[in-house]
Design a protein around this ligand. Structure first.
Ligand code: FPP
Ligand code: MG
Ligand code: MG
Length: 305
């Protein structure tokens, strides 16, 4: 799969190849490919070449979205290396994100029209989730409900599609594909909620801590804080209610949040969601692959990078 990823990212010029392999070469968890592979192993008859193609489509779509995301978030570091935008500039980063999506599209075409259709629906959800994040909640909309729907669209959709792709290449029955879709949506939510906690809590994530605070992007811990009426939290509430450009304010907000009970409350919510993801595997055929899908819920809850 790694060889196929790098081969699919090849371009007509050494420069485009270099930029399109930049984040692939930096590493990453390969979480979406892992889900494709595990879901495909619930039944024995998936063709290995199709599993690899499905995994490549999901990872390249994800990586393409990261090239764009880091431009939108003005992020300097990704996967422990300079982001594509900080290394090559915004224009090249955006266009190479498009290039990677084109390469993913040409691979998905080899799998068949039902894969193309799911890929297209997923892309539509990714983009709309991102637009909803950028615009923020509408007047009168509950900010927490808005946040959860953003997360479902911008992250849950692709993770659910990964689990579905794995099931589809294995020729799984419809109810198995549906259960994996529901599992993927939930574990995707858990994955992004953990990611948002990591943005505050971790100094070893390969990304710059406090990026969401700088961008003024609301996340579960800051939304929980926003809902508290404790006067002792007034200063911290003010800091998280607006984008922060001052390094000292970012440091103050990070320190305040790290010591605050909202971090524990956010982690408890992540655990509740993980339990709901685990529940969806009950209808899947028992065996090693199903056990691994259950264990993956623990890994996602506990991850720190
Ligand atoms: C990460 O969120 C960003 C996303 C999950 C996707 C955003 C979607 C797009 C940019 C549109 C898709 C475009 C293509 C070409 C497929 P984050 O900023 O919260 O996560 P981070 O902490 O990893 O930066
Ligand atoms: Mg980002
Ligand atoms: Mg973002």
């Amino acid at each position: 799969m790694e060889a196929a990823l790098h081969a699919t990212a090849l371009a007509d010029t050494p420069f485009v190849t270099e930029v399109s392999r930049h984040l692939l070469a930096a590493g990453g968890k390969r979480f979406r490919p892992l889900l494709v592979v595990l879901a495909s192993q619930l039944y024995a008859d998936a063709a290995p070449a199709d599993v690899v193609k499905a995994a490549v489509v999901m990872e390249l779509t994800h990586v393409a979205s990261l090239y764009h995301d880091d431009v939108m978030d003005s992020a300097d570091v990704r996967r422990g290396v300079p982001s594509a935008n900080s290394r090559y500039g915004n224009e090249v980063a955006i266009l190479v994100g498009d290039y990677l999506f084109a390469r993913a599209s040409s691979t998905v075409a080899q799998l068949g029209t039902e894969y193309v259709a799911l890929q297209a629906e997923t892309f539509a959800r990714l983009v709309q989730g991102q637009i909803a994040e950028t615009r923020g909640p509408a007047a009168g909309e509950d900010p927490l409900a808005h946040y959860l729907s953003v997360v479902a669209d911008k992250t849950g959709s692709l993770i659910a599609a990964s689990a579905m792709f794995g099931a589809m290449v294995a020729g799984s029955p419809r109810e198995v594909v549906a259960a994996l879709a529901a599992y993927g949506e939930e574990i995707g939510l858990v994955f992004q909620l953990s990611d948002d906690i990591i943005d505050i809590a971790s100094d070893t994530s390969g990304k710059t801590p406090g990026t969401d605070l700088r961008e003024g992007v609301a996340t579960l811990p800051t939304l929980l804080l926003g809902a508290s009426e404790d006067p002792a939290d007034a200063r911290l509430r003010d800091l998280v209610s607006r984008p922060l450009s001052d390094d000292a304010e970012v440091a103050e907000a990070l320190a305040g949040l790290r010591a605050h009970r909202v971090m524990d409350d956010a982690r408890a919510e992540v655990e509740r969601r993980a339990e709901s993801a685990r529940a969806h595997v009950a209808v899947l055929p028992p065996g090693e692959a199903r056990d691994a899908l259950v264990a993956l819920c623990d890994t996602v809850v506990q991850r720190s990078s």
